[in-house]
Design a protein around this ligand. Structure first.
Ligand SMILES: [Fe+2]
Length: 566
C-alpha cells in the first residue's frame, strides 16, 4: 500500500464527528459489521454537476455493499445512488455511490462528509472541503494532465510519479482539474481491473475529494466485456454533466465556469487508431468461469471508430455554435485524449480522424485551446487554422498523402497568441504513467522541395500521422499479433515547443476575464504555465540515464492566450 492510500484510508478531519454522536455511530458500525459487508467509503472524488456554480456530485466506492450511503453537508443529509457493476473479466462486483449536491452558492466553500451505516470509520468519517465555481466573469485557475496511472508498480504502466502528480495538483490549488484520458490502464491488467481502478481512485482522492476532477475517456478506458464501448468501469465511477444524447451519457459533455465553455470529447469515436483493449497472444485472454464470458482469441481488439454514428460530432457542432453565439462566453476549451497535432517519435503521433471530423468545427467556432494526453510528453502548437494540402508522405512508399496538416497562422514564438486567429493544441500526456515518451520526430532527410535545391538550415520537425486503421496483424511468431504505428509522416510546421527534458509535468491555467474598464483594457487572457518534473523519467529515452519519481515540479515555460472581446 502506498503512502497516499494510507492517508486516504485514514479518513478526514472529522467534521461529521463534530456534529454526530460518536456512541451512536459506533453502535451502528458494530451492527453493520455483523452483516459482513464493508461500506467504508474510499476512492472519494468530486465532479461538477450541470451547473458548477451551484452543484457538485460526490462519488465513491466501498469494498462491500454500503448501507444507507450518504453525504452530509451542513444540516443536509443527501442519500447516494448505488451503482454497482460486475467486472466482465474477473467477475468481481464493484460498489459505487453517487450523491448529487445542488442548491449551493456560487464561489463558496463547503465542508462535507461521506459515510454509511456500515462505515468502519463512522466515528470519524471522511470529510473534506470544496469550492463551487464563480458566477459571471471571474478569475479562476484550473490544471490539466492525462495518462496518470497509479503509484502501485505491480500494475502494467503504473509508476510512483502518479502520486507526486496528484500532490502537484494540490500544490497549485486549482478550482478543478482536467484529466484528459488514460486514467489508470486497467485494460492492460485485464484480470485485475477493479484492483487497478481502486489504487487509482485512492491515489486521486488526495486531490479529487477537494476539487472536481473532470475526465475524458482515452483508448485505455476501453475494456473487454465491460459494456458496448468497454467503458463500464469508467462510466460507473463518474457522474458527468448530461449531454442529453440517448445511449451515450458520460462519454462526452460540456460545462461552463465563468466565461469559459469547457467541452470534453471522446476521440475514440473518430480516430483511426485502435483502442487499448487488445489480445496480442499467443495465449487467449480467458475471463474467470463465473462471468460466463468466452475466451478472447489472440488478435482481437476493440475498435471504436464511428461508434456514435455521428451523434458526437452533431452534438459538438450544436454545443460550439451555441457557445460561440453566447456573449458571456469568451473562451472555448476542448479536452480529448488522442491528438490532432503531436510530433512524438516514440509515442503515437497525430490522427487524421480528428483533423477530418473536428478541426473544421474548431476553426468555424474559433475554439481557443485543445488539451490532449496520449503521448507522454509536453508539446505546444502555434495557433492553427485551416490546412496545408498534400503535406504528408506514406511511410511505406513515400507517396504523397493529404494529412490535412494544420496550418499555423504564425510561426513566431512570441509568447502571446491571439486565439481568435487560430487554435492552440497542447499535448499533456505527462501525468504519471511509466513509459515517458519525450522524444520527438525530426525529418533529417527532409522530403520538402526547396527552391534552388538548397538544403534547409535546420532539420524540420516531423510528425507521424495515422491516416488508416491499424488493426492487429499476425507477426512472424505464430499466434502473436501486433499493431502498426502511424502510416504517414509530415513536416510538423505547426509545432512550437517540445519538452525534451522529461515526460512528466502539469499545466496550470489562470483565466483573467479582464472585465471591461479594467487595467488590461478589457482584453481577456489566459496565462498558461507548464511545470515539469525533471529527472522523473524511469529511464531518460534520450540519454539512457535512470531517474526516479520526484516531487519537484519546476517551470518549463509560460505563455499567454489573448482574445479581443467583440
Ligand atoms: Fe492513450
Amino acid at each position: 500500500m502506498s503512502r497516499r492510500q494510507v492517508l486516504a484510508g485514514a479518513g478526514g478531519t472529522g467534521l461529521l464527528a463534530a456534529t454526530a454522536s460518536p456512541a451512536k455511530a459506533a453502535a451502528r458500525t458494530r451492527r453493520a459489521r455483523a452483516g459482513a459487508a464493508d461500506g467504508t467509503p474510499e476512492q472519494i472524488h468530486l465532479t461538477w454537476s450541470e451547473n458548477p456554480a451551484t452543484g457538485v456530485v460526490v462519488s465513491w466506492a466501498s469494498p462491500g455493499l454500503a448501507i444507507r450511503p450518504r453525504v452530509r453537508i451542513g444540516q443536509r443529509v443527501i442519500p447516494a445512488e448505488s451503482r454497482p457493476y460486475t467486472d466482465g473479466n474477473n467477475g468481481e462486483t464493484v460498489w459505487t455511490y453517487h450523491a448529487r449536491v445542488s442548491g449551493l452558492r456560487p464561489g463558496a466553500t463547503y465542508a462535507y462528509a461521506v459515510t454509511a451505516d456500515n462505515d468502519s470509520n463512522a466515528a470519524d468519517s471522511f470529510s473534506a472541503t470544496f469550492r463551487t465555481a464563480p458566477q459571471g466573469r471571474a478569475a479562476f485557475r484550473f490544471t490539466s494532465f492525462g495518462d496518470l496511472a497509479t503509484p502501485n508498480t505491480s500494475w502494467v504502466l503504473s509508476y510512483g510519479q502518479s502520486a507526486y502528480a496528484v500532490e502537484a495538483v494540490e500544490s497549485f490549488q486549482p478550482l478543478f482539474h482536467l484529466l484528459n484520458g488514460d486514467l489508470c490502464y486497467a485494460d492492460l491488467n485485464p484480470k485485475v481491473q477493479p484492483e487497478v481502478w481502486r489504487d487509482f481512485g485512492n491515489n486521486n482522492q488526495t486531490s479529487a475529494a477537494s476539487r472536481p476532477w473532470m475526465p475524458c475517456p482515452g483508448n485505455h478506458e476501453v475494456e473487454f466485456n465491460n459494456g458496448p464501448q468497454g467503458f463500464t468501469s469508467y462510466l460507473t465511477r463518474y457522474t458527468l454533466p448530461d449531454n442529453r444524447v440517448p445511449g451515450f451519457g458520460g462519454r462526452w459533455y460540456s460545462f461552463r465556469v465563468g466565461s469559459v465553455l469547457f467541452v470534453s470529447l471522446d476521440a475514440d469515436d473518430v480516430v483511426y487508431q485502435d483502442a487499448g483493449a487488445f489480445v496480442a497472444g499467443p495465449a487467449a485472454l480467458t475471463p474467470v468461469a463465473g462471468t460466463g464470458q468466452s475466451p478472447i482469441e489472440p488478435g482481437t481488439s476493440f475498435y471504436l471508430r464511428g461508434y456514435s454514428g455521428g451523434a458526437q460530432t452533431a452534438w459538438l457542432e450544436r454545443t460550439l455554435a451555441v457557445g460561440r453565439r453566447d456573449e458571456s462566453v469568451d473562451w472555448i476549451i476542448v479536452q480529448m485524449h488522442q491528438c490532432a497535432a503531436s510530433s512524438s517519435a516514440t509515442g503515437n503521433g497525430s490522427d487524421l480522424g480528428i483533423r477530418q471530423e473536428w478541426l473544421p468545427l474548431f476553426d468555424r467556432y474559433q475554439v481557443d485551446l485543445v488539451l490532449n494526453g496520449h503521448d507522454h510528453d509536453y508539446e505546444r502548437s502555434f495557433p492553427v487554422r485551416g490546412t496545408d494540402a498534400n503535406a504528408g508522405h506514406e511511410v511505406a512508399t513515400g507517396a504523397v498523402v493529404n494529412t490535412l496538416r494544420p496550418h499555423p497562422v504564425t510561426t513566431t514564438d512570441s509568447g502571446v497568441f491571439d486565439t481568435s486567429q487560430g487554435t492552440v493544441h497542447l499535448i499533456l500526456g505527462c501525468g504519471g504513467t511509466d513509459a515517458p515518451l519525450d522524444e520527438y520526430g525530426t525529418d533529417t532527410a527532409d522530403r520538402s522541395p526547396f527552391p534552388g535545391g538548397r538544403p534547409p538550415r535546420t532539420p524540420q520537425r516531423q510528425a507521424k500521422v495515422f491516416t488508416q486503421a491499424n488493426r492487429p496483424a499476425l507477426t512472424s511468431t505464430p499466434d502473436v499479433y501486433a499493431r502498426a504505428g502511424a502510416d504517414a509522416v509530415e513536416d510538423a510546421v505547426w509545432s512550437a515547443r517540445r519538452d525534451t527534458a522529461t515526460g512528466y509535468g502539469i499545466a496550470v491555467f489562470d483565466v483573467d476575464p479582464a472585465p471591461a474598464g479594467s487595467e488590461a483594457g478589457g482584453q481577456p487572457s489566459i496565462k498558461v504555465t507548464h511545470y515539469h518534473a525533471v529527472g522523473a523519467d524511469p529511464v531518460n529515452p534520450g540519454t539512457g540515464v535512470k531517474g526516479a519519481p520526484t516531487p519537484d515540479y519546476t517551470e518549463f515555460e509560460t505563455f499567454r492566450l489573448v482574445r479581443p472581446r467583440l
